[in-house]
Design a protein around this ligand. Structure first.
Ligand code: PEP
Ligand code: MG
Length: 765
């Protein structure tokens, strides 16, 4: 028998012939064993190979299920453990082997019952199902020669089809699959940056789940080709749109990633290879996956971090393409979380996160992310720990893996051993104790050691957040982000719906004040249902048509909100605050709009709030220059340090690379804020800080030091910040501050930390 390699031109043809014949076998009424017997016959014959065998995982070992060429007595007798022999190694490493002399390979394990001593050359490929090897397909020949690339490719294509066949025939033994999963999946520890503090345990759920390919062999090749063309068009459209607007998650849309996406999306080589795979008889989904498998295998041999990153982008895009082609565009949120879960995503938008059931969401792992991105603020409000900037999640984690998140150490344990789980439990207990200790501070006043009372309020945005008032014992809600309701709605919330929410919040708050901030949409809080008009084309959405700028031009929106707020606050005091005020006239215009709406309601005999107190956010640095002009018309002023610092440093608050570059405790921020305090001092305006900065004990201490006595912070921060306040000698700190501001050290954070340490300030852990 000759065994000449197939000419390249016939590669697709050869695979197609085999696939057509396999398709017939799969559709036949023969039982599973009969089908496998026919399959090895077909492959052996078409590849001109003396031996063709199929090993499948059963009870954790690879069992010879069918063979042409080896002794039939060996079928269901020969078994190899994962990692044992060449077959075991292929499954264990999910790797292809192509050897001219099998016996000389160090992993070769001779099985006399098979009679394989007659054969020299050996090639084997893994049969993969859901990224796990569930079997091995191999060919052997008596001539000592390596198989041609084309033959290996054909084997790999056939292995894809086999995976469908054995899955349909229920030959993927669940026990075996579980064993395999544990055998080739050791515990791992990944690290990242703490974005929202906390610990959590749950199973891994990908925000955009991988799709399992159900049909691999095409019925109509031309139809499949059209499906792929259409999917490519759609994907390119999506990528182009991403480049022109900020759809690509929140803030993670840095040029580099998008450029790479664009490069791959338009890569002719990629689409050509997919086309070739379709020529060989695969469905569109299988062809995309086939090309991806091949790339994955090649890349595994290359040890280059940069290339691995690129690979990751290609994986992402390839998954996107499969999702488009199969019409399965849903996220894990739409399918619902079935048990305690840890969500994994490259990045998320705040609205996307809010779609998840917070009772089952025990943590979020992001490949990107930064401290003040809105999605992080939302996660903090939801009480969900988030670890950001975790690398290699896709290669290290599989859907369903057990994960333990521990942000204090910046650790994500993947498939932890029992010992790690026990240690985690122990730490969790300690952290719960600490939380219980902090909770015991709930009814104690936020008053410094030397007797200065501090107003400690919380930031909120959802109806459920209000519960945090009682849990934390905070003095009120210093920032109610009304746009959250807009973000979680599928359509623009009606006045009735808005009013109901505001009333519920006021009812729950009772005597405690609530400061409602009018909608801050736009920027990284884009509303899918609202035509953003020009903002869709914005190059810098954070500095664009957002918040009050948008609200003043979409008067209808603000009028509806004004009425909803006033009607909800009928008979009580309404505190309303405007975001992103850049110049006093904007504040005046917004205030006048409210005054006008109040008059309208009065003329219609509606019950009104007993008083309306007006405030502005100071988050555009330039406002400080005209603040003196605005003060006489203001009741309160709240510094939004998230936006303020992004504009002070000209550093995107959601940019992962800039996440740790500038410090809130830098002299830039502290001196600026100190000037704000001085400007406001002497007026009747209540000054507070409502950005994330105030929720951290050390930063809160520094703010108190420069004269801030009102903080609105994330609920989780109340306990730790109150503990700090109660241990602080504020007088002593205020004496030290001028020197720190005048002579900042190269590490200003260290300066504040040293002071705190020396003066016994409780900064937690
Ligand atoms: C801020 O910018 O600091 C702020 C509190 O508002 P937001 O985070 O919602 O932009
Ligand atoms: Mg802001």
């Amino acid at each position: 028998m000759t065994n000449a390699p197939l000419p390249p031109s016939s590669a697709a043809q050869s695979a197609r012939t085999i696939l057509t014949r396999l398709h017939e076998v799969m559709a036949s009424r023969t039982n599973a064993q009969g089908k496998l017997n026919q399959v090895v016959g077909i492959i052996g014959e078409c590849l001109n190979s003396e031996v063709c065998s199929i090993y499948l995982l059963r009870d954790g070992a690879l069992e010879l299920y069918a063979t042409r060429g080896l002794k039939q007595e060996a079928v269901h007798v020969t078994r190899l453990g994962l990692g044992e022999g060449l077959v075991g190694m292929i499954a264990d490493q999910i790797e292809t082997l192509n050897l001219d002399e099998a016996a000389s390979h160090p992993d070769f394990s001779y099985r006399p019952e098979t009679g394989e001593e007659l054969f020299h050359s050996f090639a084997g490929v893994p049969i993969i199902r859901r990224e796990r090897a569930v079997g091995v397909l191999c060919v052997q020949h008596s001539d000592p020669r390596r198989y041609a690339d084309i033959e290996i490719e054909t084997l790999q294509t056939v292995a894809m089809v086999l995976s469908e066949l054995i899955s349909n025939a229920d030959l993927v033994d669940t026990a075996a699959r579980t064993d395999a999963a544990t055998a080739d999946q050791s515990a791992q520890r990944l690290t990242g940056q703490k974005l929202v503090d906390g610990m959590g345990a749950g199973i891994a759920v990908f925000h955009q789940p991988r799709i399992t390919i159900e049909h691999t062999v095409a019925d109509d090749i031309e139809a499949e080709r059209h499906r792929v063309y259409a999917a490519f068009d759609k994907m390119r459209e999506q990528i182009d749109r991403m480049t022109s607007q900020a759809e690509f998650g929140v803030g993670g849309e840095h040029d580099e990633v998008l450029e790479t996406y664009k490069m791959f999306a338009y890569d002719e080589g990629w689409s050509r290879r997919i086309n070739e795979a379709i020529d060989s008889g695969l469905t569109a989904e299988a062809a995309i996956e086939r090309v991806q498998q091949r790339t994955r295998m090649r890349m595994r041999q290359i040890d280059d971090a940069l290339l691995r990153d690129r690979m990751h982008d290609l994986e992402d895009l390839s998954n996107r393409l499969i999702r488009i082609v199969s019409g399965q565009m849903g996220t894990a949120a739409q399918m619902g979380l079935r048990q305690d879960s840890i969500l994994i995503a490259r990045n998320l938008g705040p609205a996307e996160l809010l779609e998840y059931d917070r009772r089952r969401l025990k943590g979020v792992v992001l490949e990107e992310g930064s401290l003040t991105a809105h999605v992080i603020i939302v996660a903090r409000a939801m009480g969900v720990p988030v670890l950001g900037r975790v690398r290699d999640v896709r290669t290290s984690i599989r859907e369903g893996d057990l994960l333990l998140i521990d942000t204090a150490t910046g650790t994500l344990h993947v498939r932890p051993t029992q010992a790690v789980q026990d240690a985690f439990e122990a730490r969790l207990e300690v952290s719960q104790k600490r939380r219980a200790n902090l909770a015991s501070l709930r009814d104690l006043p936020a008053i410094t050691k030397d007797g200065v009372p501090i107003e400690l309020m919380i930031n909120a945005g959802l109806r459920e957040d209000v519960a945090a008032l009682d849990l934390t014992g905070a003095n009120g809600i210093g920032l109610f982000r009304t746009e959250f309701q807009f973000l979680v709605s599928a359509t623009l919330p009606s006045r009735d719906r808005q009013q109901r929410l505001y009333r519920d919040v006021l009812d729950a708050a009772g005597d405690r004040p609530v400061i409602f901030r009018t909608v801050d949409i736009g920027g990284d809080k884009a509303l899918p249902y609202m035509n953003a008009g020009d903002s869709a084309q914005e190059e810098n959405p954070a500095m664009g048509w957002r918040a009050l700028r948008l609200a003043l031009e979409r008067e209808g929106l603000l009028k509806v909100q004004a009425r909803a707020l006033m009607e909800a606050a009928a008979g009580r005091t309404l505190n309303v605050m405007f975001p992103m005020v850049s110049e006093p006239w904007e504040y005046e215009a917004a205030r006048n709009l409210f005054v006008g709406q109040r008059a309208w309601l009065a003329s219609h005999n509606k019950k009104l709030p007993i008083a309306i107190r007006y405030g502005a956010m100071l988050e555009v640095p330039g406002l400080l220059e005209t603040l003196d002009l605005m003060l006489p018309h203001l009741d309160f002023l709240s510094v939004g340090t998230n936006d303020l610092t992004q504009f002070l440093f000209a550093a995107d608050r959601a940019h992962p690379r800039l996440a740790e570059r500038y410090d809130w405790l830098s002299p830039t921020v502290m001196r600026y804020l100190s000037r704000v305090v001085k400007t406001v001092a002497g007026s009747r305006v209540a000054l507070g800080v409502c950005g994330e900065m105030g929720g951290r004990p050390l930063e809160a201490m520094a703010l108190l030091g420069i004269g801030i006595e009102r903080l609105s912070i994330t609920p989780a921060g109340v306990g730790p910040v109150k503990a700090m306040i109660r241990s602080l000698d504020l007088g002593a700190l205020r004496e030290a501050i001028p020197a720190i501001l005048a002579q900042p050290a190269s590490n200003p954070r260290g300066q504040y930390q040293d002071w705190a340490l020396k003066h016994g300030v409780d900064l937690g852990d």
